[in-house]
Design a protein around this ligand. Structure first.
Ligand code: NAP
Length: 242
């Protein structure tokens, strides 16, 4: 039996599909109770998964994000792991980028982590344990033409991770990030085939990654296996960003 997260109460945002769903499922396998925060319901949650609970939540909305954490704390009395994974893209060249596309990406990808972490961290500090994991991206490190909004949000998450890690380390609360590369999900489905091939050619391991492979990295950083890691940015990118 796998028990790396036995009895742990976890919240995973954007768990309705893709990387977030893979992380949520991995945590369930490891014995956790998992709250999946998203606008649509994940299809892996059913009567057969009593330890998986969907909370309808728009993470870009302050009241909605805070209400989700309040609900978990009221029900469980604690929150051990928060994974800020929800994210969107609204790509385009800066010259033509609409303000609403800038704001939507920053709100969903970065400000959401602020809302949720602020709501969760007090109880983690009190219990003198807890883990926050932020899902950044390789382009938050390297940059990417056509993604100024997305790259800024993901670079922002890295600064947020390291700063919060320093604030809460003395109370044994760890804050880390993962920076996935090109992972096969509905987010990357929309990339034109020709551009996808170019991206694949730039990956030293020679293939795209899977959501399962990102979930493995997430499990490491959210479990006691990484008990001496904080402020880390773990690139899960097949070598793309080195
Ligand atoms: P995805 O398949 O498009 O899934 C995105 C998830 O985010 C969905 O569950 C979606 O749920 C949720 N979400 C979006 N807006 C939300 C909101 N306002 N409130 C709550 N949930 C919201 O994308 P993915 O590829 O799994 O990406 C997951 C994370 O990994 C993102 O942060 C992404 O930037 C990052 N990432 C992905 C790649 C990649 O190659 N795929 C690479 C690097 C980083 P609902 O629509 O149901 O709300």
């Amino acid at each position: 039996m796998n028990v790396l997260l036995n009895e742990k109460i976890c919240a995973v945002t954007g768990a309705s599909r893709g990387i977030g769903a893979a992380i949520a499922k991995k945590f369930l396998e490891e014995g956790a109770t998992v709250y999946a925060l998203s606008r649509t319901a994940p299809d892996f949650i059913s009567a057969d998964t009593p330890k998986a609970i969907w909370l309808s939540c728009d993470v870009s909305n302050e009241a909605s994000a805070e209400a989700a954490i309040t609900t978990i704390l009221a029900k469980e009395g604690r929150l051990d792991v928060l994974v800020n994974n929800a994210g969107i893209t609204r790509d385009g060249l800066l010259m033509r980028m609409k303000t609403e596309d800038w704001e939507a990406v920053l709100a969903t990808n970065l400000t959401s982590a602020f809302f949720l972490s602020r709501a969760a961290v007090r109880s983690m500090l009190k219990q003198r344990s807890g883990v926050i994991l932020n899902v950044s991206s390789v382009v938050g490190i390297t940059g990417n033409g056509g993604q100024t909004n997305y790259s800024a949000s993901k670079a922002g998450l890295i600064g947020f991770t390291k700063s919060l890690a320093r604030e809460v380390a003395s109370r044994n609360v760890r804050v880390n990030a993962i920076a996935p590369g090109f992972i096969e999900t509905s987010m990357t489905d929309k990339i034109p085939e020709e551009f996808k091939q170019k991206l694949k050619d730039s990956i030293p391991l020679g293939r795209v990654g899977t959501a399962e492979e990102v979930a493995q990295a997430a499990l490491f950083l959210c479990s006691p296996m990484s008990s001496y890691c904080t402020g880390v940015v773990l690139q899960t990118d097949g070598g793309m960003g080195m």
